[in-house]
Design a protein around this ligand. Sequence first.
Ligand code: 26W
Length: 818
Amino acid sequence: MTPLDNLPTPAKKSDPKTLAVEIIERLKHGTGKDPKAAKPHDWLQAVILVVRDRLVDHWIEWKDESRNEKRVYYLSLEFLIGRLMRDAITNLGLEGEINQALANIGVDLDILRELEPDAALGNGGLGRLAACFMESMASVGIPAYGYGIRYQHGLFRQEIRDGWQVELPEMWLSHGNPWEFERRESAYEIGFGGTVEPRGHDKTGVPTFRWKPSERMTAAAYDTPVVGWKGDHVNSLRLWSAQPIDPILLARFNAGDYVGALEESNRAETLTQVLYPQDSHIAGQELRLRQEFFFSSASLQDILRRHGQLFHTFDNLPEKVAIQLNDTHPAIAVAEMMRLLIDNEGYDFARAWELTNGTFAYTNHTLLPEALESWPVALIERLLPRHMQIIYQINAMVLKSARKDGLADEVISRISLIDEGGERRVRMGNLAFMGSHSVNGVSALHSDLMKETVFADLNAVFPGRINNKTNGITPRRWLAQCNPALLRLVQGVVGDVDLMAETEALTGITGMADDAGFQSSFEAIKRRNKEQLARVIQQRMGLRVDPGAIFDIQIKRIHEYKRQLLNLIETVALYDQIRSHPEKDWVPRVKIFAGKAAPSYHTAKLIIKLANDIARVVNNDPIVGDLLKVVFLPNYNVSLAEVLVPAADLSEQISTAGMEASGTGNMKFALNGAVTIGTLDGANVEIKDLVGDENIVIFGLTAQEVSDRRAIGRDPGEIIAASPELAQALRAIKDGAFSADDPSRYADLIGGIESHDWFMVSDDFDSYTAAQRRVDALWSDRATWNRMAILNTANVGWFSSDRTIRQYASDIWGVPTK
Ligand code: 26W
């Protein structure tokens, strides 16, 4: 019993009147503003603080309640959380109350919403998945922490100037961040460089070591509460910021060297300044490795401190702690855990390995060889000398036992942690694999391919370790918040079930798929969402589009394997045909693109320019009119996705089969009643299984066919020659039909397709155009189309990230869910 136990700390009331009073109170006393003079940003701040107060009650309660339970730690260099206010308000069930409170004050919640910065602490799918997972872990009641980096600048802001992408710094923290709590008490020292010194011997006579880093800094914690559905559970997203241990080096300062005095300070602060954009190739920047180690070490120190305080031993670590590695970005944590257990806690190597392996699990998100991380041995030796020793030791142990099992030399050199072809490098994928008891892919196809390709040898050595966890999306953000009208419509049919908790109950609308009244309501909602998007397009680009046309949308990072180029070439072919036969009964389309290209990925940036060049020509052609419009919306981010996804008729998921690990945009579109046009890649395969063959438009080579064709070697020239439509579209682009100011702009881009066409645009082109004409025919019969759209919404509830998280919980983490 402490005096605090007797103090009443009642949960805050949340009726509109109390809320209104508190908002004004917060505005005055929290931000120091006179309500009469307050600007929208001040109101936003005040509303967030009042909502945050409500979270904090649940947060503290939940921390207390789950004290002795097994905890899950999700280590990720990216959390693409986007805006948080609507999430918090919906999950707390306060939408009506806050709206009412603000109406009484004369403030519009919708205006405030648009002012909240979109936290872009991620590149794309991998980061957004981490954000959906955080929300789902809270929703299903898993005590979990997300660990990452508090980047000062998230992913760059994209402007389109003269059709080209221009990158500008992103400043999400410029108005402060009312969601976060700085935890001054949770700070850890992080070292780099220096030497490893022998310390003596352990009880069994094994030599012991201690790392003496030459460079040190502090990791400071910032916590953001993440609230689950219905508000019962609130977890923490803990992001680390690098700070100098000595902000000013006094000796230098006193000697008059003012710049030198700040050196350490600058070096520390640089570390967490920017998020690395996901490039076509891993660049291997030293600063990136420093970021990876910095956040891995801080997170593990935090985890072990918490565990030690509770249990006073680490013998039970795997029973109480599960650490999930989001791709190989935190893979160095395997070596860091070994170091902490051996050097600091006195465990022997074998026992430390057992504990580490029992605690870690690893998720792989790509098979692209150019995206697999590896670091030069020399670099790790310089930055993390003790870790390099440990990595060698792990390698020796695993290879020795493989040798004993009679594995051939080639196999041994492929599973080795050290890649010896050329400059010696550490393979982070192999390190993550060996250090984990579970290795999972993110769709059924991708997990199968992992076993056959990158991890074939390791899979043979550690059978059963690879498993599948098909990705998911949170239905709270991707249905309730972005498309409330659709949720209301569906809810009216399925009756008294909590669709946000039991998303598979969406199947309850199956029987209405052919009902004329339901179809027209469904269509009317889609129409309003399209009108909303049309307004955004009009405002941002000054372009008028017809909401009666098919809205055909491809939004995702710009990458050759995702094949925006295939879509663009088809656009050109369609444009050609419309011009040749304007009298035909064409189905009007608006082709919408959005996405960022990595700043140094030239081909991707050229594809953006091509989209804009084609848009300029097509949109100004009076013959075409409203039959075809092309739009490239700048600065794609989570908030823009929330407007685009509910407005789509057609979802473009057209990657070269075998290359898109899962995709999650595909799930968001289907949930909101768009029909997918796609290849049998990633989770498209599972979408097809769920919605049925007749409710999805599949085209193109299968993953098997892609790999067979690549093995045989083929001539794209021949393929192009056999397709007059493709040949003509390629010629038009290549000859400058869309780039009169610089006719040879696309010569190399198209030349690449003619010569090697690694992503098999030409192989799939005819099949893709045929699929698009199938789409036209289906659209022309609106009852058929509406039925397809409805059956998509009805059947994809399985893709809720709650389902994914429950599978991780039971198969990998061994934690209960509610
Ligand atoms: C070479 C380009 C590249 C670089 C990095 C591709 C992919 C990466 C990341 C390491 C991984 C990534 O973002 N993967 C994406 O993860 C999503 C969530 O699992 C999947 O839905 C996407 O298919 C996958 O590309």
